[in-house]
Design a protein around this ligand. Structure first.
Ligand code: HEM
Ligand code: FES
Length: 439
């Protein structure tokens, strides 16, 4: 007998009579955007939902789901949509709406009431000239602009497996590596975030602040070391905290950007964690830190020597998907012009289909920081595409249409590396989708 799955928030009701369909299967089949980074393997937790009614109409949690719930301290109403199979009416709420939220989830894994020592990278980014911007532009909506800064400068932290830890005055603090990873990965994530922040600020200056004749600048300092992380504080108000000498030193590294004139400074522990042959390093500085006998050696970070695929994709994503429906409509027009026969494969609403595709493209860029989840998700997508009737020969058509759409949408906002990066990324995506059987 069929039963009802009600999605709160969007007031959508889906009928189901198949006990082998998980909540995630039902979302996908009904074109309801539902994050599922690992493709339903129970690994990423991005598909989590809160069951508002009908918890008894779901299967019991598997051992893996029980362990996940325990480690992340979830209450019993939270389930993984890919592991939950309804056999009666339920009402649910999807809990994660954007890929940006995914990295903040790492704070769930920090211990409560005590602190764990972990190797992390800490990034301090200071916004310059904001005060003059607000005082010289009396009609300026400061709250709006401050939110824009925080978004534009916070995204590169989130795209690179980092957590936005704090806003202190005009500073944003990001931490990387709180849930593990090698030193090289942690330091690379942090410097890619710094370079992405610098790029985002340049774009903000030229696009949104261009008419105001003001140029915002940032100073970024990064340090690496062992710090304590945990949920600490008053018993009624514990919050995620990062404590230790490396944090204080990172703040001092940032402060040194003011006197040195360098935009990004990294400490020696960061430099030592990175493969040397792929970095452009400028000047070297010696800084005195109050309370420390030894001077600190700091290095000006200018960029990557070779093209960094993830940085190029991340830097183009915002412009590319600024108008998601517009992007999808250009894309499908191109696909159907190149291969009219594939039109028949698309049985459902094309606007919703377009949103799922752009959602997925954005998701892929964010998930580059977690390649193991991304690969699982893409394999699952490839497997589904066989069921949709897609064959190998369709993929080059879709790739060509996507590249042409990216080219057209970005216009003069792209660099010569942007399309090269997307070309490579799509090859990887398609290759993984086509090899879904090799798990
Ligand atoms: C870059 C590679 C591709 C990506 C990232 C992609 C992404 C997606 C996504 C996210 C969906 C929504 C359903 C789901 O999540 O399973 C979807 C559905 C679909 N895609 Fe793709 N796709 C790709 C390649 C292709 C190709 C080569 C074709 C062949 C023409 C194709 C045809 C379809 C069809 C027919 C559907 C189902 C539409 C429906 O149910 O009406 N896709 N795709
Ligand atoms: S845990 Fe459900 S999709 Fe990853």
């Amino acid at each position: 007998m069929s039963h009802k799955i009600t999605y709160s928030g969007i007031n959508k009701v889906v009928e189901n009579d198949d006990e082998f369909s998980s909540i995630l299967d039902l979302s996908i089949a009904n074109q309801i955007p539902h994050l599922h980074e690992c493709g339903g393997h129970g690994r990423c937790t991005t598909c989590r939902v809160r069951i508002l009614e009908g918890l008894e109409n779901l299967n019991r949690k598997s051992q893996t789901e029980q362990e996940t719930s325990f480690i992340r301290k979830w209450d019993p109403s939270i389930r993984l949509a890919c592991q939950a199979f309804p056999h009666g009416d339920i009402k649910l709420q999807r809990l994660i709406w954007s890929m940006g939220e995914v990295n903040q989830l790492q704070t769930e894994l920090a211990p409560v009431g005590e602190a764990d020592e972990r190797p992390i990278a800490i990034l301090f980014c200071d916004l310059r000239n904001f005060t003059s911007l607000s005082s010289e532009n009396l009609n300026f909506d400061i709250a709006f602009m401050l939110n824009r800064f925080y978004t534009v400068l916070g995204d590169p932290i989130l795209m690179n497996n980092g957590i936005i830890y704090q806003y202190v005055g005009d500073e944003i603090v990001g931490v990387f590596g709180t849930s593990g990873g090698t030193r090289e990965k942690i330091c690379t994530d942090a410097i890619r975030a710094a370079l992405g922040m610098q790029y985002a600020l340049t774009r903000l200056n030229s696009m949104e602040l261009g008419d105001l004749d003001i140029e915002l600048k940032s100073g970024i300092g990064i340090n690496f070391g062992k710090a304590y992380i945990g949920h600490l504080g008053h018993p009624n108000h514990k919050q995620f905290s990062v404590i230790g000498d490396p944090v204080n030193v990172a703040s001092k590294v940032q402060q040194h950007t003011k006197s040195s004139g360098a935009s990004i400074l990294i400490s020696k522990p960061v430099l030592k964690g990175l493969p040397q042959n792929n970095l452009l390093i400028g000047k070297t500085f010696m800084a005195t830190i109050p309370g420390k006998e030894q001077q600190l050696e700091l290095f000006e970070l200018l960029g990557f020597k070779e093209m960094d695929l993830a940085l190029e994709l991340q830097s183009s994503l915002h412009e590319m998907l600024n108008d998601q429906d517009g992007f999808a409509s250009i894309f499908y027009d191109k696909v159907f012009a190149l291969a009219p026969a594939v039109r028949n494969l698309f049985k459902k609403n094309m606007t919703d289909q377009g949103r799922l595709l752009t959602h997925m493209l954005g998701g892929i860029v964010y998930s580059l920081a977690r390649p193991e989840h991304l690969a699982l998700g893409l394999k699952k997508l490839g497997e589904s595409h066989v069921r949709y009737g897609v064959i190998e020969a369709h993929y080059p058509v879709v790739k060509q249409a996507l590249l042409e759409t990216i080219d057209k949408t970005l216009g003069d906002q792209k660099t010569d590396k942007t399309l090269i990066a997307w070309n490579q990324a799509l090859d990887h995506v398609i290759d993984t989708m086509q090899n879904w059987e090799n798990e």
